[in-house]
Design a protein around this ligand. Structure first.
Ligand code: FES
Ligand code: FES
Length: 166
C-alpha cells in the first residue's frame, strides 16, 4: 500500500512521517515515530490507555486516524517532562502511588494535564469526571485523584514540588 506523508507537531517538534493511510494515530506514534509511551490497550475506545492530547484536548489515539492529524499539535507522555525534570503530575503520581503497573499512567497523565490547564483548581468530582474514561486495574483510583490534587496545588504555588529528575 502506498504511504502518505503526514506533517504534524509532536511534543513541540515539527515531524514528518510516512505512514500507511489506514493507520491510527496510536499506531503511527508507536510504530512509525517510536513513541511507545502511549499504551495500546483495548483498541475499542474503552480503556483510555492510548489517550494523547491533540491541540490540547485529550483524544483516544486508537480511535483517531492519523490522517485526521495533519497539521495538528500532538502531545504524548514523552513530552511532559521539562528538560530532565519530571512534570509535577509525574512526580506526584510517583510519590503517592498513583502509578503501580503503569499501564494506564500515560493516558492518565496527559488527560490530567489537559484538565489542570483548563481548571487549575479542580474539585475531586471534576477530577473523577475528567478521568472517567481512563481505567486502572491496580490503584483503586484514590491515589490517582490525590496525585492530581497535589499536582494542582503545586501548579498554583500552594505546595512545594520537589525538583525531581528522571
Ligand atoms: S486502547 Fe484506546 S481506549 Fe483502549
Ligand atoms: S497502575 Fe496498573 S492499570 Fe493503572
Amino acid at each position: 500500500m502506498n504511504k502518505l506523508l503526514l506533517s504534524l507537531t509532536v511534543n513541540g517538534e515539527a515531524r514528518e512521517v510516512a505512514f500507511s493511510p489506514h493507520k491510527t494515530l496510536l499506531e503511527v506514534l508507536r510504530e512509525d515515530l517510536g513513541l511507545t509511551g502511549t499504551k495500546h490497550g483495548c483498541e475499542l475506545g474503552e480503556c483510555g490507555a492510548c489517550a494523547v492530547l491533540v491541540d490540547g484536548r485529550p483524544v483516544l489515539s486508537c480511535l483517531t486516524l492519523a490522517l485526521e492529524c495533519e497539521g495538528a499539535a500532538v502531545e504524548t507522555v514523552e513530552g511532559l517532562r521539562e528538560d530532565a525534570r519530571l512534570h509535577p503530575l509525574q512526580a506526584c503520581f510517583a510519590d503517592v502511588g498513583g502509578s503501580q503497573c503503569g499501564y494506564c499512567t500515560p493516558g492518565m497523565l496527559v488527560t490530567a494535564k489537559a484538565l489542570l490547564e483548563e481548571k487549575p483548581a479542580p474539585s475531586r468530582d471534576e477530577i473523577k469526571e475528567a478521568l472517567s474514561g481512563n481505567l486502572c486495574r491496580c490503584t483503586g483510583y484514590l491515589q490517582i485523584f490525590e496525585a492530581v490534587e497535589r499536582a494542582a496545588a503545586i501548579g498554583r504555588g500552594e505546595a512545594a514540588g520537589e525538583d525531581r529528575r528522571d
